[in-house]
Structure formats: structure tokens, C-alpha cells
Ligand binder design. Structure first.
Ligand code: DC
Length: 229
């Protein structure tokens, strides 16, 4: 069976990573969460104090970019991918509200995108990869064999993120999350560099009223059709 590249793009909190992770496990592919990479750079910038009253200290961040190393490792117990920033497991830190509310302007910096996109392309060199994000089918892998563009209503996505944070014991308000989801949608779609948009050859999936199980079956069908499994 030929190995392919699977690009999963779409709005924030619409279950892209759950579906991408499941599919990768099912078909024995590597899963890469590109959003985690932007989040890790954001965490780095927050820790370094690069968010100032005047905005982001882009000069300092650009200088540091070559020293920011982001890697992924599977947790041996849960088998879940964990994000490492310069060797430190930052998986929990990058999922909190602090990073969520600062990540959009970081993801809009051209030099950050350039550095992360080239790392992502390197990760997909041998194919057999499922990557999720915003620009995977348009900028990172424009020749990906299978492209999915996922969407769901903002309210449903906010509820999902709220439930997720609550389950982890990280308190948050639904209204704040909804506001954050809507703000990020706007910024993601209107930024100058690589705005979020569906690639012409991507398949649209609205999962507002789909269960995870239904989605999994649908996705596997798409994979089999393209990979010839
Ligand atoms: O998928 P996520 O919510 O973890 O992504 C975090 C942020 O990173 C989000 O605001 C959009 C940005 N992002 C991006 O610009 N390009 C990607 N390929 C992935 C994420």
C-alpha cells in the first residue's frame, strides 16, 4: 500500500486533533499537531516576557528562533503525543487559556511560520503522516494526497473546549471560551500570512452533529479510497 500525506485543516476546537490522532493510530501513521508548535513558541515568548505593552518583541523572538526546538514523543502509558519545548514536556502548559489567548499574534508572524513550516515539511518527507492545522493543505503540503477541511458551529466548538478544560480540572467560563473561539476564527481567516482557507481540492467536513465514532468511519473511508487500502 502506498504511503500518503493526510492534511487536516479547519477552525479551532472542531476536533481536528482527535480525528487526526485516531486516524494516525488506526493506519500506523505519524501524527503531528502543528498547532502545538505555534503554542510552544507562544509559551516560550510568554516565559521570556516578549509580550509587552507595546506588542510582541518580534526582534528578540526572531533572534531566538534557531534555539527553539519543538519535538513530539508518545507518552508510554497513555500513548498520547506529548509536546516538548527544548527537551521539556510542555503539553499541559500549552493547552491553558494563557497560551490560547496569546497564540494568534504569534502565528501571524511571518518568520515564525517560515521556521515552523520548514520543520513540518521535513517531518513529512517520507510521507505516512497525518498533520493537522490551518495551512497544511494550502502551504505546508499543497500536494497532499488527502485533504480534509473541518468545520463546526462556534457554539459547539466552545462547548467542546469548555468540557475538555473542565475534565482536566482547568476552570474556565463558557462565555470567555466562545469569545476566544470567535476572535481566533477572525484572526485566523484575516491574517496576511497563510490565512485559514479551504484548499480547492480539500473535502469539506462539518461535524457539528456527528459523533466521534461516525467521524472515524467516514475518515477511514476517505483514507481507503485514496491510499487504496
Ligand atoms: O489548533 P490549535 O488551536 O492548537 O492552534 C493554535 C493556534 O495556532 C491557532 O490560533 C491557529 C494557529 N495555527 C496556525 O496558524 N497554523 C497551523 N498550521 C496550526 C495552528
Amino acid at each position: 500500500m502506498k504511503k500518503i500525506i493526510i492534511a487536516i485543516d479547519g477552525f479551532s476546537s472542531c476536533g481536528k486533533s482527535t480525528m487526526a490522532k485516531d486516524l494516525a493510530r488506526e493506519v500506523g501513521y505519524i501524527y503531528i499537531d502543528s498547532g502545538a508548535m505555534y503554542r510552544a513558541v507562544t509559551l516560550y515568548s510568554l516565559r521570556k516576557g516578549y509580550f509587552t505593552e507595546q506588542g510582541i518583541d518580534a526582534e528578540a523572538l526572531q533572534r531566538d528562533m534557531p534555539d527553539i526546538h519543538i519535538t513530539f514523543k508518545l507518552d508510554p502509558t497513555t500513548q498520547r503525543p506529548q509536546t516538548y519545548l527544548n527537551g521539556e514536556n510542555v503539553e499541559n502548559d500549552i493547552r491553558g487559556m494563557d497560551v490560547s489567548s496569546h497564540v494568534s499574534p504569534i502565528a501571524a508572524l511571518g518568520f515564525v511560520r517560515e521556521a515552523l513550516v520548514s520543520q513540518q515539511q521535513e517531518m513529512g518527507r517520507e510521507k505516512g503522516i497525518v498533520m493537522d492545522g490551518r495551512d497544511i493543505g494550502t502551504a505546508v503540503f499543497p500536494n497532499a494526497e488527502l485533504k480534509i477541511f473541518v468545520t463546526a458551529s462556534a457554539q459547539i466548538r466552545a462547548q467542546r473546549r469548555y468540557d475538555e478544560l473542565k475534565a482536566k480540572g482547568q476552570p474556565a467560563s463558557y462565555e470567555d471560551i466562545l469569545k476566544n473561539v470567535e476572535e481566533r476564527d477572525y484572526i485566523d481567516q484575516h491574517r496576511e500570512v497563510s490565512p485559514l482557507r479551504k484548499a480547492d481540492d480539500a473535502i469539506l467536513l462539518d461535524n457539528s452533529h456527528m459523533s466521534i465514532a461516525e467521524q472515524k468511519i467516514w475518515l477511514l473511508e476517505q483514507f481507503k479510497r485514496v491510499a487504496g487500502a
